[in-house]
Design a protein around this ligand. Structure first.
Ligand SMILES: O=C(O)CCC(=O)C(=O)O
Length: 228
């Protein structure tokens, strides 16, 4: 994979990181062309019906990111085949090329140890959440736990960089690890960290390559629902 430019002060570029068991960060995994293609695809997926929407939580709080789902519609806190908390339209299909990309992501992240990570060997993703972070948006610490299986989560970042906070499986509080995710980065979390708390503390406006033509940040999170 190409991509991942070398920034001022980074003499040797950024390298693969494993901040916790089962968590792998591959910097610049998507090259500039692949990033542009994904941004264009996100624009199509964002269109109504079943397009990008604002999510209201049961507490009455409104999430600052806007989200469109593919394959299954995620709402707080479950999955449905229609946009039950929006326009009611059937959710858009899960694109097979996104599934292939996510399977390649898991294979490259876990390499030889795929068999050792729960759910990695037969990874069959069927749902994606595409989150758009306008300037100032963030996402509180939460766990992805509406899925019925423990297959890994694949996360692709596009546009502005962000500070991604990875906590533990037990608590929303410290200890946590903050990772900077940049455009093109791949983060996979599975194994013992599959149900870890995580969130986005802030984005870093203006850090995206202007050629990407994207204001803010996009995150594509691909998962296996385990639903029939
Ligand atoms: O934007 C991100 O990097 C994280 C997204 C996320 O945590 C989620 O969709 O559940």
């Amino acid at each position: 994979m190409s991509g991942g430019g070398v920034f001022a002060g980074e003499l040797f570029g950024r390298e693969r990181e494993e901040p916790a068991p089962g968590v792998v960060l591959l910097p610049g995994w998507l090259g500039p062309g692949e990033q542009r293609e994904l941004v264009a695809a996100c624009r199509e997926w964002a269109r109504p019906p079943a397009g990008m929407r604002t999510v209201t939580l049961p507490t009455g709080g409104v999430m600052s990111v806007r989200t469109v789902c593919l394959g299954w519609h995620w709402y707080p806190y479950g999955y449905a085949r229609t946009v039950v908390d929006g326009d009611g339209a059937p959710v858009k299909a899960f694109p097979s090329r996104l599934g292939e990309l996510a399977r390649r992501a898991v294979a490259e992240a876990y390499g030889g140890q795929v068999g050792g990570i729960a759910g990695a060997a037969g990874f069959a993703p069927d749902v994606a959440l595409v989150n758009h972070y306008p300037h100032g948006a963030k996402m509180g610490l939460h766990r992805d736990r509406e899925e019925r299986v423990d297959a890994p989560v694949v996360s692709l970042s596009l546009g502005d960089s962000c500070v991604f906070r990875l906590g533990s499986t037990e608590t929303r509080t410290r200890p946590w690890t903050d990772l900077e995710l940049r455009s093109g980065d791949l983060l996979v979390f599975g194994g013992p960290m599959r149900f870890a708390y995580h969130g986005v503390v802030r984005t870093l406006p203006g850090t995206a390559d202007p050629d990407l033509g994207l204001v803010g940040r996009l995150n594509i999170t691909v998962r296996q629902s385990g639903l029939e």
